[in-house]
Write a protein that binds this ligand. Sequence first.
Ligand code: NAI
Length: 342
Amino acid sequence: LRQSVTSRAIAPVKDSMQPLQPQASTFKVAILGAAGGIGQPLSLLIKMSPLISALHLYDIANVKGIAADLSHCNTPAQVLDFTSPAELGNCLKGVDLVVIPAGIPRKPGMTRDDLFTINANIVKSLVAAVADHAPHAFINIISNPVNSTVPIAAEILKKKGVYDPKKLFGVTTLDVVRANTFVAQKKNLRLIDVDVPVVGGHSGITILPLLSKVRPSVTFTEEEVEELTVRIQNGGTEVVEAKAGGGSATLSMAYAAARFVESSLRALDGDGDVYECAFVQSELTDLPFFASRVKIGRKGVEAVISSDLLGLTEFEAKALEALKPELRASIEKGAKFAQKQE
Ligand code: NAI
């Protein structure tokens, strides 16, 4: 997480004689699925953000206690809980950003696509409510399979007549976080300096780390490229297997999502220097959705960064072509599912 969230929030109280800083804008954020393995630590992390004035926690279970607990942290965000679908509208009214980590996680042996049937329905109904009650909000979708849930969300928003492709983001930040960590470890680099663009989608071979574009510039042997690429693609499965039936990544995911939330809020606040990788509607390739670095501003995606796809190595160019059929199939599966719905 960039320095701001934790350090500003936990820093000791300043000398009262210091002049007051001008107040930055603050925003209302809703988390749908807030009582889950990701939802809880994500709520805690973003409760520390000085950019949040209200944190609306929604889940179909157990959210009251979590909200009571969190509300005792002496950081500015006011925490409110909303439990049943009947309360979802109130949860969403007036929010600037909706984060969706609701849905079932993987167990060993499952692919992200195995979650489709259950999670597609969950995302469909939640996004329909967002369309009705917070049609102008940024939407950050975490629920898997992201390669399909984002196209589902797009179709639902289109049906409701409120689709703004610039404001719909599939959260792939965990792929970047993992890539940064694994590359820094492998090359003995300072973690804070490392930035690996990860493009494509968010499942298996559709996750494509561009190791030729790592900053700071660093060279890899062919074996290192292959080993790191496979490890980054299978980072989620590494956690699923280690948890042995206890679910998938939750803590690292919460960390990654908190970074993406903070970036989204900085963008809403007018910061002109916000870049993140995300799975968005895109014309970068012949696929309708694609993860890449994007510049985010007050109105959402301001630019899709195309330069990362220039001058790819042969390995990356082949991997990019290889991922397209699977990614296209997942996108179409999501879109068709949503188009069939009443
Ligand atoms: P979890 O099972 O611990 O939590 C899910 C929460 O969603 C539960 O509290 C549940 O009550 C709630 N929920 C279910 N249906 C709901 C509905 N209709 N409305 C509101 N809340 C509802 O699962 P976990 O570990 O938090 O994972 C959540 C999702 O995030 C999964 O789909 C998982 O695959 C995905 N994920 C995505 C990642 C990414 O990089 N984008 C990384 C890791 C997980």
